[in-house]
Ligand binder design. Structure first.
Ligand code: GAL
Length: 408
């Protein structure tokens, strides 16, 4: 894996001021003139009952020096994407771009429509967090026909028209979760003791999910091999532990089933490895209501969702892997500007980000053998002991009760 770690780590607030200072640009409100010819997608979109959370922000008036950016987010029902959409919209507007921001209610056909509508509206670039990385070919072919560059945002789109990728090091996210369990149970010194673990992975349609899963499995595998760890249910393969749509209820139901099938006899459960916070929320509810043991179960997560941060304060979730999505939006803006300016896209851009980042040209492929140049930010472990780190980003506030809320 070829990577270059460059750039000093700055707080979000400092970096945001750097970027906004560079961007300038006016932000006057305006309505977008309806497209001359309606594409089938637009007809369909007009006829279709708007999805419950398709929120489309009208394009602002053309701003000096900017272009028009289409920002396609998957859903508003998973907390983080609301922040991603807001930060991206804010960053691009502050830098003088018009924006069209949509959320597609976790429905791929809706996301295809949304993207096709953006292309019909004459966007100069697409920033897309795919619901299903394998299912956007129609929209991406449209972008390729119009030579519109596409940045895969956070989740890789498996289509060669997606020219660049901005995310976090997704394999490392999983590694951090697995390593946390190894340390928390002190498996290196388990001796002849065996600790019991279960696993809940993410959405099979989400390319990230298999990286999270593999990073975690690789961290715990030596202890599965030497008997220090045991998956009592035997459910280890990704397909057996995946959670379509990252749905909390789906994770809850499977966890209740595992607990009733394998732990009702008093078997101790020591850890539950969850790939993100929405699934950890379901597992935590199941463990709280259906696990009879008196021990604290080590439960992992990812994203720093507010409900999960509360559970971490209350001691029912043990850790989350935090990804500063404001920084992710800053890197995305910087990359977009470089692409639109026809600059060389490589690690030489990283110092200008002001954010710790790796340039990776090996780990991700949009099709067999087609490597996707990627900018990967660094994830961080958050536990009860370093919640102040989140407050220090300026993106969370801590109440008198010790619970954290997103600042915006
Ligand atoms: C992943 C994302 C994670 C996780 C999940 C649910 O692709 O990288 O942060 O939250 O989606 O939205």
């Amino acid at each position: 894996m070829k990577r270059k770690l460059l750039g000093a780590f700055l707080s979000t607030a400092m970096v945001a001021s750097l970027v906004v200072g560079c961007g300038g640009g006016n932000d006057s409100a305006a309505t977008d003139a309806p497209a001359e010819t309606e594409t089938p997608a637009e007809d369909a979109a007009e006829d279709a009952t708007p999805a419950e959370d398709t929120a489309t922000e009208g394009a602002e008036a053309p701003a000096a020096g900017g272009g028009k950016i289409g920002i396609s987010m998957p859903t508003q029902s998973l907390e983080r994407w609301n922040r991603d959409g807001a930060y991206l919209d804010e960053q691009f507007k502050a830098a003088g771009f018009e924006t069209i921001l949509t959320y597609s209610d976790d429905k791929t056909e809706q996301q295809v429509n949304d993207i096709q509508n953006m292309l019909a509206d004459g966007v100069d670039m697409l920033v897309i967090a795919a619901i299903d990385g394998n299912a956007l070919n129609t929209a991406l072919e449209g972008a390729a026909e119009q030579n519109i560059p596409v940045i895969s945002y956070d989740r890789l789109i498996l289509n060669d028209a997606a020219s660049y990728y901005v995310s976090f090091d997704n394999y490392t996210v999983g590694q951090l979760q697995g390593e946390y369990i190894v340390e928390a149970l002190d498996l290196a010194n388990a001796g002849d003791k065996t600790y019991n673990i279960e696993i809940t992975a993410g959405d099979p349609a989400d390319n990230n999910a298999t990286y999270f899963y593999q990073g975690a499995i690789d961290a715990i595998q030596p202890y599965l091999d030497n008997g220090a760890l045991n998956i009592v249910s035997g459910q280890k393969d990704f397909d057996a532990v995946a959670t379509p749509g990252w749905k909390t209820d789906t994770a809850l139901a499977r966890a209740q089933n595992v607990l009733s099938s394998y732990y009702a006899d008093g078997t101790q459960l020591d850890a539950w490895l969850c790939s993100n916070d929405s699934t950890a929320l379901g597992v935590t509810q199941a463990v709280t209501s259906d696990y009879a043991g008196s021990n604290t179960v080590v439960i992992t997560g990812q994203d720093g969702d507010e409900a999960n941060l509360k559970n971490i304060v209350d001691g029912v979730q043990t850790m989350t892997v935090y990804k500063n999505v404001s920084n992710e939006s800053i890197v995305t803006l910087a990359l977009a500007k470089a692409i639109l300016a026809g600059e060389t896209i490589d690690e030489s851009l990283i110092p200008s980000f002001g954010i710790e980042c790796a340039f990776d040209t090996e780990s991700y492929e949009t099709s067999a053998g087609n490597k996707c140049p990627s900018f990967l930010l660094v994830p961080n472990v958050i536990t009860k002991d370093n919640l102040q780190d989140l407050v220090d980003t300026g993106l969370y506030t801590m109440g008198d009760d010790g619970y954290l809320s997103a600042a915006n």
